[in-house]
Design a protein around this ligand. Structure first.
Ligand SMILES: CC(C)(COP(=O)(O)OP(=O)(O)OC[C@H]1O[C@@H](n2cnc3c(N)ncnc32)[C@H](O)[C@@H]1OP(=O)(O)O)[C@@H](O)C(=O)NCCC(=O)NCCS
Length: 222
């Protein structure tokens, strides 16, 4: 996986997955098409999002994604046929391109590549009940590791675990349905790792911080 400079369009030339961030406050790069390239489904979905921030994030996300796919595949953005799997993952089938995206306050993270991948970006929230979410959503072995950490390190470990799990589940495509079927390393002092995952695929995780309090993770097929 390689971080890509978002001022240029992503292309498949390097043969590896490319990942880039775009800040909500940033003017979109010149390779991004305008809203007219969106499908009828995307325009209808946008029209049904009442919250102004979520509406803007969805529109920007989809035009960036569609434009990236158009450059990658050398097609017109409006011709890109994105469909949703039964678990809601946007995909293009049978042409060897994989992509995913994630929003958080102020940022969107995008990934595109020749093999399945999932991406996640999340913001730390001092009001978040990390201990409670850990007990509710994580496996006993993950909780053991988390609760052995000093309390000051736990929010960071939570964010590492959450982003890694979500990136993995988004790469697989099953979303929260498989939350209890995957186990990751949430120790922020160690390299990210997948210990258990649903299905037969094997996955590689990368993770880090955009800036203090904003964590990212990317899972890709090994
Ligand atoms: C997709 C999902 C996994 C993540 O949603 P999220 O954290 O709210 O949102 P993100 O911004 O990271 O990702 C949303 C994008 O992922 C993509 N997506 C949606 N369903 C997906 C799926 N099943 N697999 C992969 N990608 C998916 C879409 O592109 C979506 O953006 P769009 O709605 O603008 O098209 C969702 O199933 C969910 O409900 N998450 C709840 C959070 C949770 O419990 N996480 C557990 C972590 S331990």
């Amino acid at each position: 996986m390689r971080w890509h400079d978002s001022t240029t369009a992503p292309t498949p030339d390097s043969g590896e997955a490319l990942v880039w961030l775009i800040r909500d406050a940033e003017t979109l790069p010149t390779w991004v098409c305008d809203i007219g390239c969106l499908s009828e489904y995307e325009q209808t979905r946008a029209a049904n999002i009442r919250h102004p921030l979520a509406h803007a994030q969805f529109l920007r996300g989809r035009i960036v994604l569609r434009s990236a796919l158009a450059h990658w595949l050398k097609r017109a953005p409006a011709e890109i046929a994105i469909r949703l799997t039964t678990d809601g993952k946007p995909v293009i089938e049978d042409i060897g391109v994989h992509f995913n995206m994630s929003h958080t306050a102020g940022f969107a993270l995008f990934g595109i590549g020749p093999r399945p991948l999932g991406v996640d970006v999340e913001t730390a929230d001092p009001k978040r009940d990390c201990d409670g979410l850990m007990r509710r959503y994580f496996l006993p072995a993950e909780q053991d590791l988390y609760f052995r950490l000093p309390p000051t390190r736990r929010p960071e470990a939570f964010l590492r675990g959450w982003t890694c799990k979500e990136a993995l589940l988004k790469a697989i495509g099953s979303g929260v349905r498989d939350l209890q079927n995957c186990r990751v390393n949430l120790n922020p002092d160690e390299p990210p790792a997948v210990f258990e995952s649903p299905g037969t695929g094997s996955w590689i995780l990368e993770a880090g911080v955009v800036e203090p309090g904003i964590a990212w993770a990317v899972a890709k097929a090994a």
